[in-house]
Design a protein around this ligand. Structure first.
Ligand SMILES: [Zn+2]
Length: 191
């Protein structure tokens, strides 16, 4: 025979037995909370057994959407609309920056673990995404050159600025190295 509960496991109030016999919550509201807690615990347990669980799940979900043409079109539409919104991009950028600053060590540790776990695959995936980035940049550059003279001019300006900054850093680095050598020499002479 099923157990009859008298006290709600969520809020500890009395369970109305006339309407909720055999239930361990007092209301639909508490029942929802209980279910949420069960799901959260199950999720936490899965994550502790397999740190890649969340990644695998979202990959699975993504694959199933991609496999269904209708779902895929809808998914892309929603995603593209969202990404176009400047406010969304700005808030993404901001919250990521904040998160990064706050969790610097945690992220570094996660990266180290992830890297160790994936081994060679890590290097390969980094190379792949780097190649993708370069290809994308090349395409964008060509597109601007063909279609948007002002945008292309702006890009050239940014590239020049980037190179200027790079050369400046390089010079600074060299000067610091020379300085360090001179100081090393001085301290050797003193001995
Ligand atoms: Zn309750």
């Amino acid at each position: 025979m099923a157990k009859i509960y008298e006290i709600c496991v969520v809020c500890e109030r009395k369970i109305p037995l006339e309407t909720r016999k055999f239930k361990n919550t007092c209301s639909d509201h508490c029942s929802d909370i209980k279910q949420k807690q069960i799901d959260q615990r199950a999720y936490a347990a899965k994550m502790s057994r397999d740190p890649l669980y969340a990644t695998k799940q979202s990959r699975k979900q993504y694959a199933s959407i991609k496999a269904d043409p209708e779902k895929w079109i809808e998914f892309k539409k929603v995603r593209d609309e969202r990404v176009q919104m400047p406010s969304y991009r700005e808030s993404l950028r901001k919250s990521w920056k904040k998160y990064k600053a706050k969790n610097k060590e945690k992220i570094a540790e996660h990266t180290r673990n992830h890297r160790a776990m994936l081994g060679v695959e890590w290097t390969e995936s980094r190379l792949r995404s780097e190649a993708k980035r370069i290809e994308k940049r090349k395409k964008k550059r060509q597109w601007l050159k063909d279609n948007d003279p002002d945008g292309y001019k702006q890009l050239l300006k940014e590239e020049r600025e980037y190179q200027r900054q790079w050369r400046k850093n390089k010079r600074l680095q060299k000067a610091q190295e020379q300085m360090a050598q001179v100081m090393q020499g001085d301290s050797n002479e003193e001995k």
